[in-house]
Ligand binder design. Structure first.
Ligand SMILES: N[C@@H](CCC(=O)N[C@@H](CS)C(=O)NCC(=O)O)C(=O)O
Length: 215
């Protein structure tokens, strides 16, 4: 059995999701740091493992490689308390994981990448402006859901909460203030209060940021 190995970058919410689940489940992961801003995900050797040239990438127990944060979460999390057994309940977890990938990640994570990771808000002003309305709309969908539920999809924390926690609490770093979303802020506090929780250790963030309760 191969040791589980994760290729990733510290400031990436997609990679943080995997680390967060592993921390909750007590799963040991070997960490291989990749710098996405230096083209390290686009080398022939990396593309042979991750066809889209992206992190996170997991080497699984059988030695094969699995990209896509949602797929990795499912591989590590199925059969644990983060995935229900009832077919419809499982589908509802996937509902929110797909929502995260289509409505949250492409708007909020991309804006955060240009503003926070690249520090090039001016150069990407048009792209950032185009993400604003769909990003706010996605946050509004989450806020509405939380009127009747503590987690996604419901009663207990699931993989969907782990997936959404990757980028939603750090949305302000992408220019999306969460002041107008009190239920999202309360949800983020609930997730962060779960035993086993770890923060994202983003080296670009000043240490004081952790004191203010960022993820
Ligand atoms: N849908 C993918 C997105 C992964 C992704 O966007 N990875 C970024 C870092 S957060 C990356 O590797 N970018 C480098 C590149 O595209 O070359 C997932 O959820 O894992």
């Amino acid at each position: 059995v191969a040791a589980l190995r994760l290729w990733g970058q510290e400031a990436s919410g997609n990679c943080y999701k995997v680390k967060l689940l592993a921390a909750h489940l007590g799963i040991a992961l070997e960490w291989v740091r990749v710098d996405v801003t230096k083209g390290e995900t686009r080398t022939p050797a990396f593309l042979a493992m991750s066809p889209a040239g992206q992190v996170p990438l997991l080497r699984c127990a059988d030695g094969s490689h699995l990209p896509e944060s949602g797929a990795i979460l499912w591989y590590l999390g199925d059969g644990t308390r983060f995935v229900p057994t009832d077919p419809l309940a499982r589908a509802r977890v996937l509902q929110w994981m797909f929502f995260e990938q289509y409505r949250i990640e492409p708007n909020i994570a991309t804006s955060r990448f240009w503003i926070h990771l690249l520090n090039e808000a001016d150069r990407y002003a048009a792209e950032i402006a185009a993400k604003r309305e769909p990003g706010l709309a996605a946050l509004a969908v989450m806020e509405a859901h939380l009127a009747a539920a503590d987690f996604f999809p419901g009663g207990a924390p699931s993989l969907a909460d782990i997936a959404l926690y990757g980028y939603v609490p750090c949305a302000p770093e992408g220019g999306f203030a969460l002041d107008a979303f009190p239920r999202i802020r309360a949800w983020a506090q609930r997730v962060a209060a779960l035993s086993g929780h770890i923060a994202m250790h983003d080296p670009l963030r000043p240490p004081s940021a952790y004191v203010k309760g960022l993820p």
